[in-house]
Design a protein. Structure first.
Length: 204
């Protein structure tokens, strides 16, 4: 008979399983990984993961939610570290975004390069994804509050996101080297900044 699990036991196992799943899902795609393989990766029986997750889709949602939260935490920390200087914050956010992607390529791939039609069924994934997106546009929220945003905040936010995400994905696909990707990101952000605000940001 299975032993009674404490909350700490549950959280510890979920973290171990999510660690293994992040690597396997990023390497093979969610469709290429079975529950049995995930169980084997953490040294348990094939049925054990079902004590913690409904199915593989729920594991994928948990892995992605965790990645979005880590991403948000990194950007929030960079934003706070920039202090009270509004001119430094956009560059700090961009630097943190790029650094997270380069240091956590598997998590980044699962965040933005995986289609999960059932994502809306998982409140924690929805919450974490929304939090992550908000951190990417913190400087735009400031501009909007000042009445200085020259256009639709959603569209402007997506333009900045594309300027960061596009070169990073090309780098991860082996189509750009790191230096070229960094230069491209810098040039794209500078062009956006000059077009919108009349000046480029520090950073990158």
């Amino acid at each position: 008979m299975p032993r009674t699990l404490s909350q700490t036991d549950i959280e510890d196992f979920r973290e171990r399983l999510c660690d293994a799943a992040e690597h396997l899902f990023a390497e093979r795609g969610a469709e290429g990984v079975t529950i049995r393989e995930l169980a084997a990766a953490v040294g348990v029986s094939a049925m054990t993961p079902y004590r913690y997750f409904k199915d593989k889709d729920a594991i994928l949602a948990a892995v992605r939610a965790r990645a979005f939260d880590r991403h948000a935490e990194a950007l929030e920390a960079a934003y706070a570290a920039a202090g009270s200087d509004p001119a430094a914050r956009p560059g700090a956010l961009a630097d943190a975004y790029v650094r997270f992607a380069e240091e956590n390529p598997e998590a980044y791939k699962l965040m933005f390069d995986v289609r999960q039609p059932s994502a809306g069924d998982y409140p924690e994934l929805v919450r974490a994804g929304s939090r992550s997106y908000r951190t990417m546009t913190l400087q735009l929220s400031e501009k909007a509050a000042e009445g200085a945003l020259p256009g639709d905040p959603e569209k402007i936010g997506q333009m900045y996101w594309a300027a960061l995400h596009g070169p990073l994905m090309l780098q991860m696909s082996g189509l750009l080297d790191r230096e070229t990707a960094r230069t491209l990101i810098h040039d794209l952000l500078a062009t956006l900044d000059k077009g919108l605000w009349g000046e480029a940001r520090p950073g990158l």
